[in-house]
Every structure is written in C-alpha cells, then in structure tokens.
Design a protein around this ligand. Structure first.
Ligand code: NDP
Length: 293
C-alpha cells in the first residue's frame, strides 16, 4: 500500500485564495484587515515564521504592522505595546511570535491581548470558549489539521483519533476540536508518560503526531490504512543542504507511507496550513470587529 500524500501546500493556497477574495470585498467597504506582528529577539525559526506570515498577509491583500524588538525587551515594555495595540482601531489582530526570551512571561503576554484580537486563539477566554463550543478563534495549527481532514473527506465520526502530544498550542486544543459535535471522534491523548505508546497508536484510525522528536513514530506503530497527520517540524543536520539542515516530521515518513492510507509530508503538510488559518482568523477578526457576518 502506498499512502495518498496530502498536499498541505496546495490546500493552504486554496484557503489563502478564498481569504483574498473576501479581503477584496472588505476593502470595497473601506476595511483593510491588519495584523500587528511582534517578534522579540532573533531566533532563526521565529524570524522565518514571521517572514512567512507577513508574506501571506500581503498576498491576501492584508496589512501588517510589524515590531521587531531586541532580545533584551522587558516584560513591561512588551505589555505596554500590546495594550496600545489593543486600543488601536486600525489593528484587527495581534500576534506575538513564541517563544519569548526568558525574562518575559508568555502566559501574561497572551492574557494581555484583547481576546477579540487574539488571532492565535491562545487567550484563556478563547480557550474557554472553545471548550464550551462557543464563538472563538481556533488555534491555527489544530484548525489547519481539521481543515486538512475535512478537505480530504476523511470520516471522523466515531473514528479513533490518537494524538501524541498535549501542548497548549497543538495537542490539547486539537483534542477538544476532535471531541466537538461536528467531528465526533473518540479521542485519546498521549504524552511522555503514556505506557506502551506503540500499542495505543496502533489503535488509531487517525494518528496525529505533535511531539517535536524527529521521525519518532515508526511504521510498526501504525494500523494498516490509518490516516497519519504529522505536525512535527524538526531540523536535522544535512551537509548536502546550503543551510546545513533539512526539516523532518515526527513520523518516519518513508515507512509510514507504506502502511497509511493518507499522510501529510514535512515540509508542505501541516506547516502551510498554520499560516493559512492565521490569515483566515485575521479576516474573521476584521469582520467581527466591523459587525460583518
Ligand atoms: P511541546 O514540546 O510543547 O509538546 C510536545 C509534546 O510531546 C508534549 O506533550 C510531550 O509530553 C510529548 N512528548 C515528548 N516526548 C514524548 C515521547 N517520547 N513520547 C510521547 N510523548 C512525548 O511541542 P509543541 O506541541 O509545541 O510542538 C510539537 C511539534 O510540532 C514540534 O516539532 C513543533 O515544531 C511542531 N509544530 C509545528 C507547527 C506547524 O505549523 N506545523 C506549529 C506548532 C508546532 P509531556 O507533556 O509529557 O512532556
């Protein structure tokens, strides 16, 4: 068996194209969705993520208001900036690129963002709303995973979904989405203390890896015909590349694609979807703030 490779890049482009069409309509009403993007320090992965996000915003006809702050920025300085952006009528969304330098408490920063401008969906109020199934901003990576599954017509109702990873930005919100009435999966969430992990993953109709460990999930851990979604993005040394590294996921792609029915590659799987859902959330923020359905 050879799995169908889910083309996250192409699906993300469809989402971005749909967003761009809606932006044209908003602009006719005098509204240009604008996202404030805050980067503290020079973490190479963060710099590259921020570049990708602003490029996607521009391509969709939106504006960015980017702040590149020094590594030495204090928590108070960052909180002051966020409060100013909360008040600004020209800003629809606020994104603070994580991780933050150690002198800054990320939880405090997230909690300071106006929930109505929290396009990452990390604010405690928005997480609570998601828990209750109320209107919210769905965190971008879990939102992207759900969109991929729906795009491919994967049956989720009653499916055994196993998520490996319980982070606040991927595993936990994804587990809530999978439990929602719209998706109605039976959900198991695994982590570093899970016993006999391979035996649990083997039960999955849909296996989602969000671990941060290169090629951790092996072919033998996967049920024949399962759908495999690889959220992981790991840099591994590769002297043949100009950069000196290449990106691999949390799943042994070669092995897994021999047994799965569908699989996402890394790169060009979940990664592009995260950016697409960010611009979708920015559009949503602008619409909601202007009372547009
Ligand atoms: P975290 O480090 O916050 O969480 C990793 C999770 O994996 C934890 O719950 C941890 O368990 C679990 N874990 C670690 N080792 C094991 C193990 N040996 N067995 C079982 N579970 C284990 O990572 P993130 O959720 O932030 O990110 C996960 C991956 O996804 C990373 O590669 C990251 O780069 C990528 N990512 C990709 C995105 C995209 O757009 N494609 C967006 C966000 C993240 P415990 O809680 O017990 O420590």
């Amino acid at each position: 068996m050879s799995a169908k490779i889910i083309d996250g890049f192409a699906i993300a482009n469809e989402v971005r194209g749909d967003v761009a069409k809606e932006v044209i309509l908003l602009k006719e009403k005098g509204i240009t969705p604008t996202l404030a993007v805050i980067l503290v320090g020079q973490n190479p992965a963060s710099v590259s993520y921020v570049t990708g996000k602003t490029k996607a915003l521009h391509e969709a006809g939106m504006k960015d208001d980017t702040y590149k702050l020094p590594e030495s920025t204090s928590e108070e300085e960052l909180l002051t900036l966020i409060k100013k952006l909360n008040e600004s009528h020209s800003i629809n969304g606020i994104l603070v690129q994580l991780p933050l330098p150690k002198q800054i408490n990320a939880d405090k920063v997230i909690a300071t963002i106006d929930p109505k401008k929290d396009v990452d969906g990390f604010h405690p109020e928005n997480i609570g709303r998601m828990f209750l199934g109320e209107e919210t901003f769905i965190p971008c990576t879990p939102y992207g995973v759900v969109h991929l599954l729906q795009h491919e017509g994967v049956k989720t109702e009653g499916a055994n979904v196993v998520i490996v990873g319980r982070s606040n930005i991927v595993g936990k919100p994804l587990s809530l989405l999978m439990l929602s009435k719209e998706i109605s999966a039976t959900v198991t969430v695994c982590h570093s203390k899970t016993k006999d992990l391979a035996n649990v993953t083997k039960q999955a109709d849909i296996l989602i890896a969000a671990i941060g460990s290169p090629q951790f999930v092996k072919k033998e851990w996967i049920k024949k015909g399962a759908v495999v979604i690889d959220v992981g993005v790991n840099r591994v040394d590769d002297a043949s590349k100009k950069s000196g590294f290449r990106l691999v996921g949390d799943v042994d792609f070669e092995g897994a694609s021999q047994i799965a029915s569908y699989i996402t590659p890394v790169p060009k799987g979940v990664g592009p979807m995260t950016i697409a859902m960010l611009i979708k959330n920015t559009l949503l923020a602008a619409k909601r703030q202007n009372g547009i359905k």
